[in-house]
Write a protein that binds this ligand. Sequence first.
Ligand code: ADP
Ligand code: MG
Ligand code: MG
Length: 217
Amino acid sequence: EESTSRGGLVHELLERALGDVADAEDELGRLDAVAGDGDHGQGIVRGLRAAVRAADHAGSDAADPRSIGDALLAAGTALADAAGGASGALYGTLLSQTGAGLREHATVDTAVLAEAVREASRAVAELGGSARGDKTLLDALEPFAEELAECSRAGTELPNALTAAAEVATKAAQDTARLTSARGRASRLGGHDQGTADPGATSLALLLGAVAAGVSD
Ligand code: ADP
Ligand code: MG
Ligand code: MG
């Protein structure tokens, strides 16, 4: 394994996301323990660490969408391998499919990102066999994708669009506390998880907020 460090935009953004998610690692574990097995904090931090390393190794240049796409593809694959679990595969698909949607474009603007995220969100829903309202990370991801599309229609520049969409995702993740999990142990506990947010939606909102802040800086 070669240990080349090329850094670049994707590496920078994922490192920022890792920082915020790692700060919440224990809390994410507690949220997952309500209805799941309590490992979400550990799993997603391990996955993001691997994603950061892969993005650093791949390198990426803000002015070169192909390099951004390739770094996201590498990061998604590494995340899925390292994190394991349901969320590892879903997060990995999100990063990789977003990368695949960006790499053919000459520039990354709000419209291009909105379309890539929409397609990635569909892939995540298909892989998980879940829909909005099931109390999963889709309950943060789909509102995020919709707000990006709305911003694209309104002609909002990318940094502001990402900031607005990340705020929507954060609110939507908090709102998952009102839902009852449709899958896994919680569905058999008869609403036992009402009042606490979904761990996957919570970590995803942290990641999206960090990416928005990084792109706006
Ligand atoms: P595991 O459930 O394998 O222990 P994690 O604890 O890391 O994995 O992740 C749990 C999170 O993954 C949940 O909070 C939810 O957001 C997401 N998740 C789990 N299963 C699905 C699914 N089938 N579809 C969408 N998201 C899911
Ligand atoms: Mg778990
Ligand atoms: Mg698990």
